[in-house]
Design a protein around this ligand. Structure first.
Ligand SMILES: Cc1cc2nc3c(=O)[nH]c(=O)nc-3n(C[C@H](O)[C@H](O)[C@H](O)COP(=O)(O)OP(=O)(O)OC[C@H]3O[C@@H](n4cnc5c(N)ncnc54)[C@H](O)[C@@H]3O)c2cc1C
Length: 432
């Protein structure tokens, strides 16, 4: 059985370059005709997950086609907050330090509990240099996709993928317009809900799973802490939590999210809850004199703790399509970017052995489980605590007076914590 099909068109068009771990001339690169071609990876969706995978795979020498239904620059509903790890990944992908006009540099976190207890702290150096940033997705995603093209990926914008079909060793990607596209491997990076997820037979994310979140942009904002990401747990709005993230030019991203099942049970609408959030005393003080620009936009967030189905014969699910979102904070950019790197590494291994079955691609699941799973589980458990106002007051009170506890909370809000120390738990439980 030949591993890589030879597509006459692609042989004449694509350079015959090797994939890392399987140099040209190795048996795995020879199709039945005797001609060799690099494997064709079709990536559906050019958000952070798709572009990250495209950059790294193209750098490895794979033939990459990136299909995106929108045209860049395009907006994506998001809080635009990049964690320290996300910034580190962006540098690894060759975006370099993002210039000041691209995003607002952030060096600290500030959080307010339901009882009004506030703590703030600098992001420690040990977390990827202690830097975060807030970068509008209209800017971030375009820079990433341009980098993918620079690395050698072919970008096809305005292409809506509608399905996937298997034919022996080949996958055919069906688009709304045009001929189906032949692929050796398909990466589903099409967010939530995901067409590729459905086509691979993975269960759809239920509307009662995960969370929903809304955001709005404000201008003429004069934040009290312009280099801080602000997180707010307002008593009247629990179990929702909100944020104010600074943007360049006196703008801010203001938003709010709530667990999907709780939202359904409450009967409230998130845009109305956002109005109440903006009118609440702490937030109103930050937004005094500011005005909203554009519409309030919302979207579903699939939770990482329910991520299970990610690896299939000749196909992987990445980013939101896999459910890689921090259940406590709703952050998903870093997991999307990192899942792109894990997919590229696993594919390099699979190309080298010639085994593109789910088993051969197993390195992908091993990598993301090692990195994400414990953090997702911890954050899922912490959601319980973060919905209880008096407990949250106690935790924030502790953070205020104890530097080590504060450090642990920064890890939690940055998506880095995999456990909480006994010292922290005892201090919260016994009020020490
Ligand atoms: C309100 C809100 C606030 C958030 N705030 C933050 C935050 O501050 N920080 C953070 O880290 N995360 C945040 N997130 C989560 C974050 O936005 C996602 O986790 C992240 O965008 C996932 O990246 P992705 O590449 O997997 O998917 P996406 O960014 O959703 O990209 C998917 C791409 O696929 C394309 N696509 C979809 N279907 C098709 C199709 N059929 N054919 C072709 N193309 C298709 C889409 O157009 C899109 O470009 C927030 C989410 C929401 C909703």
């Amino acid at each position: 059985m030949s591993l890589f099909t030879v597509d006459a068109q692609s042989v004449s068009q694509a350079p015959e370059v090797g994939v890392q771990g399987a140099p040209m001339g190795s048996p795995s690169h020879h199709a039945s005709s005797g001609r060799a071609t690099s494997p064709h990876v079709v990536i559906v969706g050019a958000g952070p997950a798709g572009s990250s995978a495209a950059i790294l795979l193209a750098q490895q020498g794979a033939r990459v086609t990136l299909l995106e239904r929108a045209r860049f620059p395009r907006d994506k509903t998001c809080g635009d907050g990049c964690t320290p790890r996300a910034l580190w990944m962006l540098e690894r992908l060759g975006l370099g330090a993002l210039p000041g006009d691209a995003g607002a540099p952030v060096d600290s976190v500030r959080a307010i509990s339901p009882g009004g207890i506030t703590w703030s702290a600098l992001i420690p150096e040990r977390l990827f240099g202690g830097r975060s940033s807030v970068v509008p997705r209209e800017v971030l995603d375009e820079r990433l996709v341009r980098r993918a093209v620079q690395a050698g990926a072919t970008l096809r914008e305005g292409v809506r993928v509608e399905g996937l079909e298997r034919e022996h060793d080949v996958l055919r990607v069906h688009c709304r317009d045009g001929e189906p596209l032949r692929a050796d491997v398909v990466l589903g990076c099409d967010g939530s809900p995901s067409v590729i997820r459905g086509a691979l037979g993975a269960p759809a994310f239920s509307e009662h799973e995960g969370a929903f979140a809304v955001r709005a942009y404000y201008e003429d904002v004069r934040l009290s802490h312009p280099r801080s990401m602000g997180f707010f747990w307002e008593e009247a709005l629990l179990p929702a939590y909100g944020w104010i993230f600074p943007l360049p030019g006196g703008r801010a991203n203001v938003g709010l999210g709530m667990r999907a099942d709780q939202l359904a049970a409450s009967g409230v609408r998130l845009p109305e809850l956002l109005e109440r959030f903006c009118a609440s005393p702490h937030v109103a003080a930050e937004l005094a004199g500011a005005r909203r620009v554009g519409r309030v936009k919302g979207h579903h967030l699939p939770f990482g703790s329910s991520a299970r189905h990610t690896t299939f014969d000749r196909a992987l699910l990445l980013g939101d399509a896999a459910g890689f979102v921090n259940p406590l904070t709703g952050e998903g950019i870093e997991f999307a970017l990192e899942s792109g790197a894990f997919a590229a590494e696993a594919l390099a291994e699979a190309f080298a052995t010639g085994d593109l079955s789910a088993r051969g691609l197993g390195g992908y699941a091993r990598r993301w489980q090692t990195r994400f799973r414990t953090a997702f589980r911890l954050n899922r458990r912490l959601m319980w605590a973060f919905e209880r106002p008096r407990l949250l007051d106690r935790i924030f009170h502790l953070a205020n007076r104890d530097e080590r506890a504060r450090d642990e909370l920064i890890d939690v809000l940055s998506g880095e914590a995999t456990r909480l120390s006994w010292r922290f738990l005892a201090a919260v439980a016994f009020g020490r």
